[in-house]
Ligand binder design. Structure first.
Ligand code: KG4
Ligand code: ZN
Length: 338
């Protein structure tokens, strides 16, 4: 068997992730060693704890992935790792491990932008080329609208001027005393609430550009929380979460449609941790159907941080004729996608 498998490592933040893919980036095995429980008592990611745990978990995770796939290291023909954006001390663990493996195996190394991983993740199970479309990436650190011509051909249409959508979920979750991370906690409670019970702002929805702003929403959450009983009742907490979530969803859906119209595309994709949100998914599917757009949403397993998306991005880059990265390439905590 030729050594043509892709091994990818993702350690940009608090999840240690390893994946194995076929030569085309097709998913074989993807594993994530979650650190959520480790950081939960602190209400956010503690960088030193994250890198120490990456260091401890990475090697056993690589072994586990190879074992699950029934392959040996010698079957690997390409190694990839996330080089940014993210926490420097976390990125370094995956980057150096991947480079060491590439040297040992004598195979190419691709350093991958984490946001490109998210951006391409909706295509993992599609079996079609990455064509012209508009991508909405909504994660804990970023809210981006990107015009995509093909792999590695990206143009930034808009981003957030302050907080990212996931960050707004997390900060408001913390404000409400909900378990970390706030996004899934708010989404869970929102399922039983009324979306129009509280009046949250839809900042910049009609700004005429494709930028976002979510910090005003956080401030109004702080004020509206004072209307809740202490401690809040179950019904009013559900209403609060549903109304808050709806404000974010309204803005994301509106801006995605505006961006599609601006770029004249018929295809849109949505990715990143917040794309797990069921209300967002439902509203995007409905709005795109109404506007005659095709919407491809990242599968739940590829929405939050994972290495399958890094493997796919590396394979897509190789297929697009982009040469491997230098082994002396550096990580970049502030790496930009476009
Ligand atoms: O992409 P991701 O795993 O990590 C980053 O690259 O940031 O995204 C994590 C973000 C967190 O802010 C988390 O609260 C949010 O995704 N998230 C959600 C949901 N699941 C995860 N936000 C809203 N609803 C969800 N169901
Ligand atoms: Zn991410």
């Amino acid at each position: 068997m030729p050594a043509d498998l892709v091994l990818a490592i993702e350690t940009s933040c608090d999840e240690t992730a390893v994946a194995l893919a076929g030569a085309e980036g097709n998913h074989l095995v993807s594993r994530v060693a979650s650190q959520i429980a480790i950081h939960a008592p602190y209400g956010g990611v503690v960088p030193e704890l994250a890198s120490r745990n990456h260091s401890a978990d990475l090697r056993p995770l690589i072994d586990a992935v190879l074992r699950e796939a029934g392959v040996a290291l010698s079957d690997i023909g390409l190694v990839a790792a996330t080089s940014g954006p993210g926490l420097a001390s976390s990125l370094l663990i995956g980057d150096t491990t991947a480079k060491a493996l590439a040297v040992g195996l004598g195979c190419p190394f691709y350093s991958i932008n984490h946001m490109e991983g998210h951006l391409l993740s909706p295509f993992i199970e599609q079996g079609r080329e990455v064509g012209k479309h508009v991508a909405l990436i909504v994660s804990g650190g970023h809210t981006l609208l990107i015009e995509v011509e093909g792999t590695a051909r990206y143009r930034l249409l808009g981003s957030t001027k302050d907080d990212a959508a996931g960050e707004a979920f997390d900060k408001v979750g913390k404000m409400l005393g909900l378990p970390y991370p706030g996004g899934p906690s708010i989404a869970r409670l929102a399922a039983g609430g009324r979306v129009d019970a509280f009046d949250f702002p839809r900042s910049m929805i009609h700004s005429g550009d494709l930028s976002f702003s979510f910090s005003g929403l956080k401030t109004s959450a702080l004020h509206l929380r004072e209307k809740l009983a202490t401690p809040p009742g179950d019904a009013e907490l559900a209403d609060f979460c549903a109304s808050f979530q709806e404000a974010i969803v309204d803005v994301l859906v509106a801006k995605l449609l505006q961006a599609a119209e601006h770029s004249g595309v018929r295809l849109v994709t949505v990715s990143g941790g917040v794309s797990c949100n069921l209300r967002l998914r439902e509203r995007i599917v409905e709005a795109c159907a109404g506007a005659g757009l095709e919407a491809v949403l990242a599968a739940a397993a590829y929405s939050t941080d994972n290495a399958a998306m890094i493997a796919f991005a590396a394979a897509s880059r190789r297929r697009a004729g982009i040469p491997p990265s230098s082994l002396s390439s550096d990580i970049d905590p502030n790496l930009k996608l476009a």
